[in-house]
Design a protein around this ligand. Structure first.
Ligand code: MG
Length: 427
């Protein structure tokens, strides 16, 4: 008797929201103008703060320009897996015109093979950013499909649960409300960057101190600096905020400034403030640089950006060898399943996507009406296959739709690929 047969993959479809109208979806930046993440409650420092024209709001420089990318992968038996990321129409182009050829006709269990082919084939224009985000959405759709085909949640496919319940902290404009809602800690955004000088630094300290007074001494409070600072500024700010119980200072430098991260680590020797970064880092090669230099205590990959689950589990394994914690950025169910499955992922992030940070709403907006939400400081996953969420397609379109014939042709190229006939010693 043979083992169970799996259907092959029939088609890959890439969907996006046409135009970005503050409709959020999978793009956590694409919020309404008065939203706290667009500086509606307080200023938020960004790398564009050095250019006064764009220092006002995050949307003024186009942080939300890409919007949602959703990928559907359909198996021959009609089962559909879904993955989402940022990427919009350019992401759709990459998935349909390039990545789909490595997926259609494949056995959906071959996640490693498909990932490797997508990565190698995009090296000439990829490695970081949009092409890896597109790969991420395809990879997540594959895992979702596999879970549905096997009728198991994704964490079970990864090796089962390492914890019974997953605690969650909130990134928010209102730490006082996060505390009342039961989150185990909160993270606020740094308001001012180096271009605003000493006065901005003083305002940053007052801002943090104000929230510390409101939430009391025992509620973990961190600061997200969204790539906006410099080595001396970040070092000084962390020192100044340590007496107010700064738990961690996050992403204080642009991600390519690996040397700067090492320097801040040196400057803060002896401090109790934890250093974190990684939401804009990509693949195991990027995270290797952060881990090897031990410049941060916690890495924060976004599972919908860094390369999907296939790459995330490699990064998590690598981090465990360096005794470094992985506390992923946002990414909702895609993070939660990973975090349940691996011991060194002890805490989830919930980014409060309500405009005033005062209610708990789905991270992915209206994309997944059944997205599980944090309650009393925990994320509990429902007993559903795959990632356990259902894509609402009302506002999505498929700008680079291919015909069934196109998919069939690509599928046949994979199904009928020639097997090796002559073994080679591969060195
Ligand atoms: Mg962050």
């Amino acid at each position: 008797m043979g083992t169970r047969q799996f259907p092959k993959i029939k088609s890959v479809r890439a969907l996006c929201q046409q135009g970005s109208g503050g409709d959020q979806g999978a793009d956590c930046h694409d919020v309404q103008d008065n939203h706290w993440l667009n500086c509606g409650l307080a200023p938020i420092a960004t790398p564009m703060g050095f250019h006064p024209q764009y220092a006002g709001t995050r949307k003024s420089w186009g942080i939300n320009v890409l919007g949602t990318l959703a990928v559907e992968i359909e198996a021959e038996d009609g089962t559909v897996g879904v993955g989402v990321t940022i990427g919009g129409e350019p992401g759709c182009y990459i998935v349909e015109k390039h990545l789909s050829r490595f997926v259609e006709g494949q056995d959906p269990r071959n996640v490693e093979l498909i990932w490797d082919q997508m990565f190698r084939a995009t090296i000439n224009y990829g490695r970081k950013g949009l092409p890896i985000q597109a790969i991420s959405a395809v990879d997540l759709a594959l895992w979702d499909l596999l879970g549905k085909l096997r009728n198991e949640p994704v964490y079970a496919l990864l090796g089962g649960k390492t914890k019974d319940r997953l605690p969650v902290y909130s990134t928010t404009g209102r730490p006082d409300i996060a505390q009342k809602l039961g989150f185990v800690g909160a993270k606020i955004a740094c308001c001012h960057g180096p271009s605003e000088g000493d006065e901005g630094l003083r305002k940053n300290i007052e801002f943090f101190k104000g929230w510390r007074e409101k939430v009391g001494p025992n509620f973990p409070l961190s600061l997200d600096c969204y790539m906006a600072l410099s080595v001396p500024y970040a070092s000084r700010l962390a020192r100044e905020l340590e007496p107010y119980g700064l738990k961690w200072i996050e992403e204080f430098l642009p991600p390519d400034n690996y040397d700067g991260y090492k320097q801040v680590r040196k400057n803060l020797r002896g401090s109790n403030v934890l250093l974190t970064t990684g939401e804009h880092e990509y693949t195991r090669y990027g995270f290797q640089q952060l881990l090897e230099s031990r410049c941060v205590d916690i890495i924060q990959p976004d599972i919908t950006w860094l390369g999907g689950l296939t790459e995330a589990r490699r990064v998590v394994a690598m981090a465990s060898a360096y005794d470094t914690l992985v506390i992923p950025h946002g990414s909702s169910v895609y993070s939660y399943h990973l975090q349940y499955a691996f011991q060194n992922c002890p805490l989830a992030e919930y980014i409060n996507m309500s405009a005033k940070s005062d209610t708990i709403v789905p991270y992915f907006g209206g994309l997944f009406p059944d997205e599980p939400l944090p309650e009393n400081g925990f994320i509990d996953l429902p007993d559903r296959p795959g990632f356990g969420v259902t894509l609402k397609k009302d506002n999505l379109s498929r700008p680079y739709a291919r015909s069934e014939e196109d998919s069939k042709r690509q599928a046949e190229a994979n199904i009928n690929r020639a097997l090796p006939t002559k073994p080679v010693f591969p060195f």
